[in-house]
Ligand binder design. Structure first.
Ligand code: ATP
Length: 189
């Protein structure tokens, strides 16, 4: 099977994540996309707990049978590297993995652990994001697949900032995620 792996903080998961994931699923004929919230390194407090982020991710994908939340990073309490997540997934199945990353992440790929190894272990799909061009000169450019997913100017940072200011984020989130954030008073301070 061709499986998409979509990692991120998902703090919170927003409709931008869902719109581009659905597009990539169809564009590359994937059978499933795993949404993998990143682990919870200790001594860091500037993001929500793993539990909140995982539950919101589950709520975001629950009505799409092609999407699934995956908790492989739940036990990762140190800084996690994508290559380790892909290796761990590979240890579980024979599937072919397609790693989904936004163009902001693509800019940082040189700083990732073992990028050469990562490209051997999986295919990498890059989705365009405002303010982050996909430079053709970059070292691994000929190894990536650039998605035709629409440019969507939504980020979790903007959503958190809006909530802090008391502005509405209602249409930027799945209703279940929106309700969860309200019920738990997330991002208000
Ligand atoms: P933050 O603003 O907190 O950095 P984010 O909106 O970038 O959050 P993440 O959870 O960090 O969300 O993103 C997970 C993955 O989704 C990353 O690869 C990121 O590049 C990608 N991504 C997030 N939002 C978009 C978007 N609007 N368009 C394309 N890719 C996106």
């Amino acid at each position: 099977m061709k499986i998409g792996v979509f990692g991120g903080l998902f703090d919170p998961p927003h409709i931008g994540h869902l719109i581009i994931a659905q597009h990539v699923l169809e564009e590359f004929h994937l059978q499933k996309i795993l949404f993998v919230p990143s682990g919870n390194p200790p001594h860091k407090t500037n993001y929500s707990t793993y539990e909140h982020r995982y539950v919101m991710t589950e709520l975001a994908v629950e009505d799409n049978e092609m999407f699934a939340a995956n908790d492989i990073e739940r036990e990762f309490t140190e800084k996690t590297y994508t290559i380790e997540v892909i290796r761990k997934l590979h240890a579980q199945t024979e599937d072919e993995f397609y790693l989904l990353i936004g163009s902001d992440q693509w800019h940082e790929i040189e700083t990732w652990k073992d990028p050469e190894e990562l490209f051997r272990e999986c295919r990498v799909v890059v989705m365009r994001r405002p303010n982050y061009d996909i430079s053709k000169e970059a070292r691994f450019f000929d190894r990536i697949m650039v998605s035709t997913a629409p440019l969507i100017d939504i980020s979790s940072t903007t959503i958190r900032a809006k909530i802090r200011k008391g502005l509405s984020v209602r249409y930027l989130l799945k209703p279940a995620v929106y309700s969860y954030i309200k019920a738990n008073g997330l991002y208000t301070v």
